[in-house]
Design a protein around this ligand. Sequence first.
Ligand code: DQA
Length: 143
Amino acid sequence: MAKVLVLNGPNLGRLGSREPDIYGSLDYAGLVAKLAGTASDLGLDIEVRQSDSESELIGWLHEAVDNESNVVINPAAFTHYSYALADAAALVSKAGLKLIEVHISNPHAREEFRHKSVISSVASGVIAGFGVESYVLALKSLA
Ligand code: DQA
């Protein structure tokens, strides 16, 4: 069974109560349950994690390389400025694994600082703007 690590960056643990007009009303536990159901339908072995810490996310990307796990990542605000996360994401792609960047909202339709992603150039693909379905589409593409 193909392994997929689904990583979520800062503030995504607050889904449901965080700006529901932008991010929807499903909470983080609901997202985890939804993705577990999708993965089981698709025959993927997934683990879903969230951290507000750049260092922890980088460690998890290193773990993905070591365990030969594909990655779906919503880097949240780190998308826009974390070169350290981008360097770690590049290691996943260079190991021949897929790394798909996802966003719940469409950052390009929002404030200017969200228009730049430092992750996209090292991602296998980017899916944004479909609400939590962005994650489902990423899992489908990996399956
Ligand atoms: C986000 C978009 C980012 O700009 C923002 O900082 C987030 C969430 C999204 O999923 O739409 O935290 O990555």
